[in-house]
Design a protein around this ligand. Sequence first.
Ligand code: HEM
Length: 199
Amino acid sequence: MLNNVLRRVPTWTIYIAGSLPAVWMAYQTLTGKIGIDPVRAIEWGLGLWALRLLIATLCVTPLRWVGINLLRFRRQLGLLAFAYVVLHFAAWLTIDMGLRWGQILSDLVKRWYIVVGMAALVLLLPLAATSNNASIRALGPKAWNRLHKLAYPATILATIHFMMVGKVYTAEVLTYAGILCVLLAWRVARFGLRGRLWS
Ligand code: HEM
């Protein structure tokens, strides 16, 4: 029943819905309602949506195991997550660092959470570049699937980055880390013993 409804939802609606937080943040910025520290609010908002969408993308497979088929929307969720990561990174480079390359480099070596965030971004690059039908055909489904397992280490690094930024483990941080642990444990429970975790 639910899957019949989902089958009728056009995939482009995910792009529209997923863009709304960015549009809302842009509106709040332009109207001066984003808060007393706009730079931080923009950076945090974009980072949080990147993480939420990464985790949502990883939920697609386990949800299928329990009969909810969102596979048609996985590409849109992944690409939206990547777009928010790129915007988050661009916000740091421009409105935070002001494109001062000396400061950017010193921040990169001084702050470990930036290095961890960069590593997550780098892991996501090949995934975004191959999220199209031509790449699936060129790589073959097996190699493509193996490459896209990089979404797991990328999300683990992104969550560690989030935990390092705050320094204190708030309920919010622990919620994201907890969801990720459940997703990983579920996967290990299903595939780990059969040795198919990464294949
Ligand atoms: C997959 C990649 C990434 C994700 C999911 C992510 C996510 C996040 C999240 C959730 C926050 C904290 C928001 C909050 O506390 O409410 C954050 C903060 C931050 N991130 Fe990222 N991030 C990523 C990559 C990066 C990269 C590549 C950079 C820069 C090179 C970066 C720089 C920062 C900075 C500067 C902060 C704010 C620190 C502060 O409070 O001063 N992040 N990020």
